[in-house]
Design a protein around this ligand. Sequence first.
Ligand SMILES: [Fe+2]
Ligand SMILES: [Fe+2]
Length: 194
Amino acid sequence: MVEDIEKLKEDLKIVLSDSRYNHSISVMNMCEALASKYNVNVKKAKLVGLMHDMAKDMTKEEKIQYVKNNNIECSLIEEKIVEILHGKIAADICKKRYQFDEEMCTAIKYHTTGKENMTLLEKILFIADKIDETRNYEGVEDLRELAFEDLDKAILKNIDDTLIINIQKNRLILEESIKTRNNLLLSSEKDKNM
Ligand SMILES: [Fe+2]
Ligand SMILES: [Fe+2]
């Protein structure tokens, strides 16, 4: 596995705009802090944080072409919201070019929507991406605090807030987000009944 952060940063600088590059560094730092807090492999967390958006600045056409050339499965919704494919593409590149392990690739693949039964690493990347220091939407400070108190609650809050916005704006909703939400609610019910 390629672990040389400086080398990866150089690669990233080539494919990302300055602002996206800065966001990536900031997500890496947030992943590091959360990984320390939750006793997760800090190296892995930093690497996924750094590389999660590496495919984001590809054009729509480049994304479609990449998915076709590499036989990546694509749902009907993903064909409509091509943007969302950046996670799957980055995961594929990180696996092939940098030999990231399966958990790291899954974390990158689902960083936008989450998935059912997320590992701590997957949860950390999901929320770090929404609360890194470059984010300044209303409520982000509270969400940042919550992420260091209860990862699941922070993820649920982010999904709920995002769903509301997407509904208000009449946007398509990705199934994975709903599955993530239901799964987190069900597992918190289970915890309560234990
Ligand atoms: Fe992203
Ligand atoms: Fe991101």
